[in-house]
Design a protein around this ligand. Structure first.
Ligand SMILES: NC(=O)C1=CN(Cc2ccccc2)CCC1
Length: 358
């Protein structure tokens, strides 16, 4: 049976194991530019043995950033700083990935450790856009401007340009952010989208922005490289998106050329007290999607132990595990997992400079 430390090939890209570092916001950029922090943060997780390292949610436009400190790839000047990071990760055996994103009505907010509230336009914040003029709520109470058809066309083009820049920077793996209550999810969910034009109302209309954006990105992203999507498959709320709807959406994305789905959830409303919070709680839904749609599948959320990860791969619930906080705590998680499971050698994962260490 499959194992965590088996190779994983998707299109022309082969990962040395089935362990990915989740895209995690660092809120450490100035005008979108990655810094030494990003080189060390991401580089060390490539050195630590991950099969794939995905750069955090990187904004497709200045106003699409969650916070003023978000990374961005909205100008050609961003390409080389990211290229340096992609090169380093690949030189140390990891596949280099990047997630491109637009924050929608959650944009113009403070860093998470500064409370995450909206920033007033008088305080360096900016006007936000979304499918409808409905605020997220809580401390993100800014009412966004409902997008015109011109706005929609511009943002789709911003995603295409961001994909082209990601390719130019040398990334091998692209993830489009359709989850976590950001712009694309705001079109998908009836809780945030009350439009009466062709982008709102019916399921077809609510997925239109995602389908058009995905198809446009697929056009410019080479067929030989993996193109993936992170999707909130359920809103956990009555009247929100459901797993059944999401399975149909993923089927259509697969027909449009989706190579892998990264199954996430929620964040379209401020309250998540009803969300189950036990280890690996998204794995069963991910396994159902993998089977029903027959598509390469990964998920994250409270996957912490090597045994738990190994079991999800062996039972063919997932093709790859995506680790977030576990990787923040331990960049060498893959090496430590190899030692604990005994199914791979840390010395095969570590760079030659560290070979004498194990
Ligand atoms: N860009 C994203 O998708 C983000 C997801 N977050 C939710 C989250 C917070 C903590 C733990 C897991 C997920 C945090 C803010 C940025």
């Amino acid at each position: 049976s499959l194992s965590l430390f088996d190779d994983f090939q998707l299109k022309d890209v082969t990962m040395r194991n089935r362990i990915a570092v989740s895209p995690m916001c660092m809120y450490s950029s100035e005008d979108g530019f990655p810094t030494d922090w990003h080189l060390v943060h991401l580089g060390s997780r490539a050195v630590g043995g991950a099969g794939l390292v995905i750069v955090e949610a990187t904004a497709v436009s200045r106003d699409g950033r969650i916070s003023p400190a978000d990374s961005g790839i909205y100008t050609d000047d961003h390409i080389e700083p990211f290229a340096r990071i992609a090169r380093f990760m690949q030189q140390h055996g990891a596949v280099s990935g990047i997630q491109i994103a637009h924050a929608g009505r959650k944009a113009s907010s403070k860093k998470s450790w500064e409370g995450g509230a909206h920033i007033d336009t008088s305080d360096g914040g900016w006007e936000t856009i979304a499918p409808s003029a409905i605020a997220f709520g809580g401390k993100l109470d800014k009412v966004p401007n409902a997008m015109t058809l011109d706005d929609i066309a511009r943002v789709k083009q911003d995603f295409v340009a961001a994909a082209e820049r990601s390719l130019a920077a040398g990334f091998q793996w692209l993830q489009v952010h359709f989850a976590h209550g950001y712009l694309a999810h705001e079109f998908y969910s009836p809780l945030s989208n009350t439009r009466t034009d062709q982008y709102g109302g019916s399921f077809e209309n609510r997925i239109r922005f995602m389908m058009e954006t995905f198809e446009a990105v697929r056009e410019v992203w080479p067929q030989r490289l993996p193109l993936t999507v992170r999707l909130s498959v359920t809103d956990w709320v009555k009247g929100g998106v459901t797993l059944e709807e999401s399975i149909e959406l993923i089927r259509r994305l697969k027909s449009a050329g989706l190579d892998m789905i990264d199954v996430s959830h929620g964040m379209i409303v401020p309250d998540h007290s009803n969300v189950p919070a036990e280890p690996g709680f998204m794995i069963p839904d991910a396994a159902r999607i993998r089977r029903d749609v027959d598509i390469a599948t990964t998920t994250s959320w409270m996957i912490n132990s090597p045994e738990q990860a190994e079991r999800a791969i062996q039972k063919e619930q997932l093709d790859m595990v995506t680790l977030g906080r576990a990787m923040l705590r331990d960049p060498y998680w893959p090496c430590h997992a190899a030692e604990k499971l005994g199914t791979a050698k840390a010395s095969d994962l570590l760079p030659i400079q560290y070979a004498r260490a194990v």
